[in-house]
Design a protein around this ligand. Structure first.
Ligand SMILES: [Zn+2]
Length: 98
């Protein structure tokens, strides 16, 4: 995939995630950003809505500063099945696409 196409998809995906309207951790409605559960380098799940939360910038920093807590947050919010599906999907083709 060309960089231009990736950037276009990133923009659209970010709009979709931020349209949730408030931070999914603290409820703030300002400075909304897209926080990926698994890195964007995993192209297979880069635009999967289960792989992203709408966070305010403070909670986005919290997620990056506290990976174990963010993982727990994601597991709780998605539930064990959806989290595992996401993990499986990440592991699936990552070797081919990274
Ligand atoms: Zn927040």
């Amino acid at each position: 995939m060309k960089k231009f196409e990736r950037n276009r998809r990133d923009r659209e995906f970010s709009l979709l995630i931020r349209s949730r309207g408030k931070c999914e951790r603290c409820g703030n409605t300002q400075t909304l950003q897209t926080a990926h559960v698994f890195s964007r380098r995993f192209l297979r799940i880069r635009w999967n809505p289960d792989n992203a939360f709408c966070f305010c910038c403070r909670c986005h920093w919290w997620a990056h500063d506290n990976p174990p807590f963010f993982t727990e947050f994601a597991k709780t919010r998605l539930g064990p099945k959806r989290y595992q599906d996401l993990l499986d999907e990440r592991n699936n083709l990552s070797k081919l696409e990274v």
